[in-house]
Design a protein around this ligand. Sequence first.
Ligand SMILES: Nc1ncnc2c1ncn2[C@@H]1O[C@H](COP(=O)(O)OP(=O)(O)OP(=O)(O)O)[C@@H](O)[C@H]1O
Length: 235
Amino acid sequence: MAGNGIRIEGLRKRYGRGDAAVDALRGVDMEVAAGEVVGLIGPSGSGKSTLLKCLGAVVEPSGGRIALGDEVIYDNGWKPPDLRTLRRDRIGFVFQAPYLIPFLDVADNVALLPMLAGRQNGDARKRAHELLDALDVGHRAKARPSQLSGGEQQRVAIARALANQPPVILADEPTAPLDSERALAVVRILNRMARQFSTAIVVVTHDEKIIPTFKRLYHIRDGRTVEERGEGREL
Ligand SMILES: Nc1ncnc2c1ncn2[C@@H]1O[C@H](COP(=O)(O)OP(=O)(O)OP(=O)(O)O)[C@@H](O)[C@H]1O
């Protein structure tokens, strides 16, 4: 796969051992191109979170292969020497709750990660303001997270996930607490950001409001994925 994007082959994850073992992933294949937003759906307990955690280098798989762009990061063992750096620089996370830091203003919430990654403070703040403007929350840059609406907070969380320009964003139920209009706005933004920054985005969701928007979906059942064509409804 040229450039960025995600390729997963035969990924397996077994929790526990012996009688208590649970095979959460039994050979998952998945591909997400740079600039693409793909939905990951499936019933409770089917392995969605486990797949996202393996992809995010939070949980160690039991076998298979994961490549980000041209770099194999897992092949029956992690390849990068430092997984924290991998997570910080290559992967953005968006969760159901925004998890913003309450005592930092909105701009600093976004600028923090690039600063931790060694960017000059001025550069990091400039980047934060650009992203906040792109997400239409630039006018709230000086506010505290608690002063923002739920939808605004989620847009700030997306800006934070994009702050280090990661090639991959993993979003776990990012629209669950939002009403229909705001949920669709978040998906519209994720699609725009994917195209603009060539980011590969995986969205785990149960949200019927947004499922029709995906052009491509992976349905996970009993630890195996099936690729499906989505409706790709206009946003
Ligand atoms: N830390 C763990 N130890 C043991 N088993 C686990 C662990 N985490 C998940 N499992 C099991 O792995 C399987 C897949 O779980 P996972 O959380 O990935 O499902 P999910 O599709 O995200 O579910 P939900 O939609 O309910 O969040 C389930 O049978 C679950 O009980």
